[in-house]
Design a binder for this molecule. Structure first.
Ligand code: ADP
Length: 426
């Protein structure tokens, strides 16, 4: 049968995957488009209570936190429509993907690996045991008071919840007063979560100084293939850690890049991540690369739009190809530099309008501006918030030119934000 440059069989029938999604994710469309392109059937599942199933007729509705129930539902689905793989689009489905894959005998990371990659305390324990550069760390229950915490840590430190993502609740603290304020804030955040029942509840760890990078990779039988290394040219020094610009390829020297890949591979092996996508954040200083976090999923938000492989294949295509046993050897990174800016939230309030989008899109090298925040909805910055205003994409001949274009485009955007008074306070 004829195949394209990456070995695709154009007449479809290339497999069936279950995609675990959430109502909040931006990732589903890219996976579905990639599946269509590959002739893979993507069955979409969504993390919702069963009562809402009628509102999502195109989805299999599953409660990801009811692991036994969800695994049984996936097994029943598999009986009628056999699956080749179960993939999660973000962290929320990683435990279910691993558990259901194990139950159905499908290739996936072991459930224990998904557990370690989802729980920041577990991850630190596993990495320390494996001899990967690890900051000091301590786990605490929600009831721990700040004086007790202050007695066992030193400054600067980072306070973080065990299972949130997107830098939510992650705060740098430089002294006892800062620790007291940060813990009060974190406790309020965690207590407000209906599903909150972890014990221990939060982690305090050493602040790792240095520049930060993000590595996007694919694991195959434990071997790491680096798909992209992103520099993060804006300093991320706290007190909160809002992502802004990602640019690839990295401008770091080749030996530093090799050390980053080696550290990620060691961390993946220690965590038991052996197959499928890996997304890792690392910091670099005179003591080498430090793993901040690694997860068995691909990059979040709309950031994957920056990546192109071989003959215009997307990151999602590579992930689906691997999941369905299609060849990925032709998947070399596209030649150009590319970047994305996650547009930061300038202040809390109600988003009333955004001006300058056309002017921003007119900047050379800018591929597009996508606003994801909704007009007349509240904007909540970190550490409590969980989203960005949107994304700016650029592509060009050099990382420096791409970064400059992103900054220029961002400078042309104007956000109108008015004060927000929650109903309970008026
Ligand atoms: P999340 O999973 O919510 O993104 P992370 O643990 O990855 O949480 O932390 C988010 C960001 O906070 C990191 O990308 C990094 O910039 C910063 N950060 C987290 N832990 C540390 C640390 N120990 N030292 C320095 N910065 C940190």
């Amino acid at each position: 049968m004829a195949t394209d440059a990456l070995g695709q069989k154009p007449d479809g029938g290339n497999g069936r995957v279950l995609l675990l999604t959430t109502p909040q994710t931006y990732r589903t469309e890219a996976f579905v488009a990639a599946a269509d392109r590959l002739g893979v059937e993507a069955v979409r599942a969504i993390n919702l209570p069963a009562e809402l199933a009628h509102q999502w007729p195109d989805y299999v509705v599953l409660d990801f936190d009811d692991l036994d129930g969800a695994v049984a539902a996936v097994a029943a689905l598999h009986q009628n429509r056999p699956l080749d793989a179960i993939l999660t689009v973000d962290d929320s489905g990683s435990r279910l993907a691993a558990r259901a894959s194990a139950a159905l005998g499908l290739p996936h990371n072991a459930p224990l690996a998904a557990e370690a990659a989802r729980n920041k305390l577990r991850m630190r324990e596993v990495l320390r045991q494996a001899g990967v550069n690890t900051p000091w760390f301590h786990g605490f229950p929600l009831s721990a008071d700040w004086q007790a915490v202050a007695e066992v840590i030193s400054f600067p430190a980072v306070v973080k919840p065990l299972e949130l993502s997107g830098s939510r609740g992650v705060m740098r603290v430089d002294d006892a007063a800062g620790l007291r304020a940060a813990l009060a804030r974190l406790k309020k955040m965690l207590e407000e979560r209906a599903d909150f029942e972890e014990e221990p509840a939060f982690l305090v760890e050493e602040y790792i100084p240095g520049a930060e990078v993000a590595l996007e990779g694919l694991l195959d039988d434990g071997a790491l293939r680096v798909l992209a290394l992103f520099d993060k040219p804006d300093p991320l020094e706290g007190p909160f850690f809002e992502e802004t610009i990602y640019v690839t390829p990295s401008r770091l020297p080749p030996d530093t890049q090799a050390a980053i890949a080696a550290c990620t591979a060691r961390a993946a092996a220690a965590l038991g991540l052996r197959r499928g996508p890996i997304h890792a954040e690392l910091r670099l200083n005179e003591r080498g690369p430090w793993l901040v976090e690694a997860a068995g999923r691909s990059i979040g938000g709309l950031c994957s739009q920056t990546l192109r492989f071989g003959v215009d294949a997307s990151l999602e295509e590579l992930i689906l190809r691997q999941a369905c046993g299609l060849p990925i050897d032709g998947a070399v990174p596209g030649g150009q530099a590319a970047g994305v800016m996650m547009i930061p939230i300038p202040e809390a309030g109600m988003l009333r309008g955004v001006a300058g989008i056309e002017a921003a899109e007119a900047v050379p090298l800018i591929e597009g501006v996508e606003l994801t925040a909704r007009i007349n909805y509240p904007l909540i910055p970190l550490p409590e918030g969980e989203s960005y205003l949107g994304f700016i994409f650029a592509r060009g001949d050099s990382p420096a030119a791409v970064e400059a274009a992103l900054r220029e485009a961002h400078g042309r955007l104007r956000f109108e934000i008015s004060p927000y008074f929650p109903m309970s306070t008026v």
